[in-house]
Design a protein around this ligand. Structure first.
Ligand SMILES: *Cc1c(COP(=O)(O)O)cnc(C)c1O
Length: 379
């Protein structure tokens, strides 16, 4: 009997090695990985500079609590803030996961505004801790865990009238993903996001963008919100930030700093030295224009190569976050199984979407190989 809880649906093989966009299982079977380990290993497996930075830091010091200054934290914070194409000052809080980053954002929103209500959206995903789960607009994720944190309302995504009506003098924050990832690779409409930002500003409500999956170059820009011409009050990062080393971050306007004064919030491991050493290299590499050019080129290649498949109803997403909406939801598991048999790893999202999150470093040839296999199975 396994000594693990059965909260995951694990496939009966183990990935034990990885290089670039390829991974190998314990029997030596190689797979083209179109998942990046759920949008985490954005720079590919075994990235030499990230590995070097980690090894060098491992030889120096792994952990020191947040009782002391950290030059590494300052460096990564400056790198993250530098990528924000707006004039406001921003500050960063480091933690260890996406859920923790959203918890920090939700707590800060309540404390900074003195308001209690949080608006989120149906089909959203913000994590599994109580606050993050309470923000997640999916009954299946909350089932059996009630009572939830009070004060959360779930509105229809891409519906401006519903939001305008729901905002009140007690609305602390609106939290949203620019492309709902787990919910089914559902993009937000630009006009809607801009309207949400305007309504929030007018109402004194903070806008939190959950960039945990869309950030770190995934959608073709360093942050997805750059494509929406908005200035979020806060945004959260995790998945791609450490290329596989657990790390999360909340980035928020510096005006919010006073609400997170000494002792207000914290994390033992937050800003861990190994995590920061990895994140510093990741930030540097993702900012390289040729990487973002590759994301856009491979994205165009995938969208063109996956057009007009008879079993696919729609292809959507942005950059290297792509969803194929299957005509028949019942075939999703079977398609994923067939892909594995053809040595390709993919993900699902929602109930009828095949989700592709390949490494941002995937080459033209690797992408072509992936397209050929996808076409042979979905064609
Ligand atoms: C994965 C994810 C989270 C949760 O991150 P964890 O590190 O698993 O806690 C939150 N929000 C979004 C959009 C995600 O994709």
């Amino acid at each position: 009997m396994s000594h693990l809880f059965s909260n995951y649906n694990k496939l009966p093989f183990e990935i034990v090695e990885g290089q670039g966009a390829y991974v190998k299982d314990q029997q030596g079977k190689e797979y083209l990985d179109l998942t990046s380990g759920i949008g985490v290993v954005n720079l590919g497996y075994g990235h030499p500079e990230v590995q070097q930075a980690l090894l060098a830091q491992a030889e120096k010091l792994w952990h020191m609590p947040n009782l002391y200054e950290s030059q590494l934290q300052e460096t990564v914070a400056a790198q993250l803030v530098q990528q924000i194409p707006h004039t406001s000052e921003y500050a960063v809080y480091f933690c260890n996961s996406g859920a923790e980053a959203n918890e920090a954002a939700l707590k800060l929103a309540r404390k900074a505004t003195g308001r209690s209500q949080i608006i989120s959206f149906q089909q959203s995903f913000h994590g599994r801790t109580f606050g993050a789960m309470s923000a997640t607009g999916q009954a299946a994720i909350q089932d059996g865990f009630g009572p939830l944190v009070p004060g959360f309302t779930y509105l229809t995504y891409n519906d401006e009238a519903a939001l305008a009506q729901a905002l009140s003098a007690d609305t602390a924050a609106v939290i949203l993903e620019l492309i709902q990832g787990e919910g089914g690779v559902i993009p937000a409409e630009k006009e809607w996001v801009q309207a949400v930002a305007a309504h929030c500003k007018e109402n004194g409500t903070l806008l939190i963008i959950d960039e945990i999956q869309t950030g770190m170059g995934r959608t073709g820009t360093f942050y997805a919100f750059e494509q929406y011409d908005i200035e979020p009050d806060m945004f959260t990062l995790a998945k791609g930030l450490g290329n596989g080393i657990p790390v999360g971050a909340l980035v928020g306007k510096a005006a919010l700093k006073s609400a997170f004064g000494p002792g207000s919030h914290g994390s033992t491991f937050g800003g861990n030295k190994l995590a920061m050493a990895a994140a510093a290299v990741v930030c540097q590499q993702i900012a390289v224009p040729s990487l973002q050019d590759n994301v856009q080129a491979r994205s165009a290649q995938l969208l063109a190569g996956l057009k007009d498949l008879p079993t696919v109803q729609a292809v959507r997403g942005s950059g290297l976050m792509i969803g194929l909406v299957l005509k028949d939801a019942d075939t999703l598991q079977q398609v994923m199984q067939q892909l594995r048999e053809a040595h390709v790893l993919a993900l699902k999202a929602g109930t009828q979407v095949l989700r592709l999150l390949p490494p941002l470093t995937i080459t033209e040839e690797e992408t072509a190989a992936g397209i050929a296999i996808l076409r042979s199975i979905l064609g």
